[in-house]
Design a protein around this ligand. Structure first.
Ligand code: HEC
Ligand code: HEC
Length: 345
């Protein structure tokens, strides 16, 4: 080959290589356009946050929707909603109607007046009450269930049957769930159920997350932040004398973790969670290790085999101690319950 031929050969070769490279780029780009960025390259944190959410999302595409209160004219239903949203104005320590509760609002734990998806909403209540509840071992009316939250979560005094405020709250909650078929629980009802961790929930790790993600509103000692005239809270307390009692649902780690996963920090939702499952469990362990009001719960769960696995007070029908029932790991307990109930069959 002459030098000229060699040069020509080299140029052709470079041109071909360039074309092949271009072709590869075009193919890769087309692939990405149609199939998206492979999951491997997405941030690990985002995937962790999404874990339970995407499972739930696939299971139930169509969530419950609350009826529109602005189209409702019944004053009792409207008053019921007002009481759920601003409970302390009427029933708090300086309440207009009565002074029977701790300054929290029902809405603090049942956001958007009990209508938010996975916000501990009331969608299933009208359709499922009265119902048997193992905590009391009796058939419970909605009246009894509301008083439960007043006594345990609002650390208050139960209202009586013909109390005007009680009747209005019942009317509102029944109105919310009026289109739900009897005994059904709509998609997105109540709280999110998180996967169990394979280790105990860790209050020390939880404290670190709390300082970064919760303290700004709920304050260093969990005491919350009162409104101007101190009649209630802008940011409700998470522990201390004005918070929920040890007999409240939120005192169980699974209820607390499920609540904050889909609702906290403020602005979070089931489809836009701000905490990983691990953070939610660890924060639950931290907050529920702090001091809070007592409650006589000695008559709860008369059939001890019906206690939820994360109920932290013995006696139990298994050999796991109070610490493991409180913090986990729960899978050992679940496994024990499954095998012992099978043995009985
Ligand atoms: C400190 C938090 C908190 C406050 C405040 C609170 N609740 Fe609750 N409430 C809960 C939790 C937790 C549950 C149980 C959720 C579960 O077990 O899945 C619950 C359950 C309920 C239920 C039963 C829901 C169902 O689907 O079975 C009703 C009804 C209810 N609350 C009404 C009220 C009313 C009315 C008020 C105000 C007077 C109130 N709650 C205040 C935390 C709270
Ligand atoms: C930007 C302020 C803000 C931040 C940050 C925040 N919260 Fe809240 N939190 C609120 C408000 C406001 C409510 C009451 C919501 C309502 O009434 O609709 C609330 C309610 C709650 C409740 C139920 C009521 C109670 O007092 O027990 C819990 C539990 C809770 N938050 C936990 C947390 C945790 C845990 C974090 C951190 C992961 C957090 N919050 C971060 C503002 C905040």
């Amino acid at each position: 080959m002459t030098d000229r031929e060699k040069l020509l050969y080299k140029m052709v070769w470079q041109l071909v290589s360039l074309l092949v490279l271009l072709l590869v780029i075009v193919i890769v780009l087309t692939f990405l356009l149609f199939f998206g960025v492979p999951e491997m390259t997405q941030s690990k944190v985002k995937m962790q946050v999404m874990d339970t959410v995407s499972i739930k999302e696939n299971l139930s595409k169509k969530y419950w929707q609350a009826p529109d209160i602005s189209l409702e004219s019944d004053p009792e239903i409207k008053y019921g909603k007002e009481l759920i949203a601003n409970t302390s104005v009427y029933l708090g320590p300086s309440g207009k109607v009565m002074k029977i509760s701790n300054g929290m609002n029902c809405q603090n734990c049942h956001p958007e007046a009990g209508t938010k998806i996975f916000g501990n909403n009331y969608s299933a209540v009208a359709a499922t009450y009265p119902k048997f509840r193992a905590r009391s071992g009796t058939e419970e009316s909605l009246f009894k269930r509301i008083n439960d939250c007043i006594e345990r979560s609002l650390n208050g005094v139960a209202l009586d049957n013909n109390n005007r405020e009680m009747k209005a709250m019942i009317a509102y909650i029944n109105w919310l769930g009026k289109t739900v078929p009897k005994n059904e629980s709509p998609a997105g009802a109540g709280l999110m159920e998180l996967n169990y961790l394979s280790r105990p929930a860790d209050p020390i790790a939880g404290k670190k997350f709390y300082l970064v993600k919760c303290l700004v509103c709920h304050q260093e000692k969990g005491e919350g932040f009162p409104n101007n005239d101190k009649s209630g809270y802008i940011y409700p307390p998470l522990w201390g004398k004005n918070s929920y009692t040890i007999g409240a649902g939120l005192y169980r780690l699974s209820r607390f973790a499920g609540y904050i996963k889909a609702n906290m920090p403020l602005g979070a939702s089931h489809d836009n969670p701000q905490l990983t499952d691990e953070e939610a469990w660890d924060i639950a362990a931290y907050v529920n290790s702090q001091p809070r009001p007592q409650k006589d719960i000695s008559k709860d769960w008369p059939d001890i085999s019906k206690k939820p696995i994360d109920h932290p007070f013995g006696p139990f029908s298994d050999s796991f101690d109070e610490k493991q029932h409180k913090f986990g790991p729960y899978l050992d307990i679940v496994h024990f319950k499954n095998t012992s109930s099978k043995a009985k069959l």
